[in-house]
Design a protein around this ligand. Sequence first.
Ligand code: F0G
Length: 365
Amino acid sequence: AHQWRGVVPEYAERLPMLAGAPVVTLREGGTPLIPAARLSEIVGARVHVKYEGLNPTGSFKDRGMTTAMSVAAANGARAVICASTGNTSASAAAYATKAGMTCAVLVPEGKIAMGKLSQAVAHGATLLQVDGNFDHCLDVARKMAEAYPVELVNSVNPARIEGQKTAAFEVVDAIGDAPDIHCLPVGNAGNITAYWKGYGEYATETPGVGGTLPAVATQRPQMWGFQAAGSAPIVLGHPVDEPDTIATAIRIGKPASWEQAEAARDESGGRIESVTDEEILAAHRLLSAEEGIFVEPASASSVAGLLKAHAAGEVPSGALVVCTVTGHGLKDPQWALRQADGSEVEPVRVPAEAFAVAQALGLEG
Ligand code: F0G
């Protein structure tokens, strides 16, 4: 019997930091890379979607949480802490449970999707709602980790980046080489940093566990990152004090990995741009209704950005493009019930009779 073992066992030779550590895993990673026919047709390129919502807690954070929690366990940690817009807290809570550790999460006041909040509570984390936004939460979490015996599991923890770089490995392993363009949402900017590291390691000879590892890919992609317009510090070139967007996962005004994100952009000849909430919701609808892929709004910003670049004539014809969609639609399902004109979908009510159902379906006059 074979099953995917989780990112640490699958990529052990490329994760020297984890050598010898007990592995805390829920068998994350191994997510599908889905060819997107409709998107490909629209933008005139070969587009694939990396569906990270299919990780154990429903987001890409699990890739970095298995590594961060394994290193924490190896260090003898008993407690972890994180700041979060929701997904990190859900993931930290689940992996802390698996590791037998306690978990404290700091979330911004309001603005946390119900699914994510429920996960953190279900897994027994101590959830503190901080009077401030994500950036304030991260400041406090860092100070807590400095002053108390708790391990910080935000993406400023290098083990998080190590785990998350495996998503780039999976993309190359699935298509045989790196794509030409990789689109992804940018919030705290850990993930764009991690993908760029992963693509870099796969495109060069790299020291690994047990010797030098050969290059696997012949190229690295252009990294195209997209922030929400109301929370676009990297695009604007200055922090945003009061970030705002319906894509609450990326409602961040002062990304911790700002410089690394700019490096990924510049070294790859890529871009970091912004997309409006309307563009995000349109991409969210397209993914659901035309590709069969249900994501949370923040995740759709990668696709929104690709569509916007296409509208500006900036997607090379026939290019191989991968869009990461970072979190599952069930995290924050309310947006699916909102239609393009802003109205809410109301279910059509029918009596429990086949004829009435046939009428409602237009099968009977
Ligand atoms: N997409 C989703 C669904 C996210 O939850 C996040 C970040 C991002 C994209 C952006 O990734 O921060 O690495 O640039 N969520 C963090 C959290 C901030 O607390 O769950 P990033």
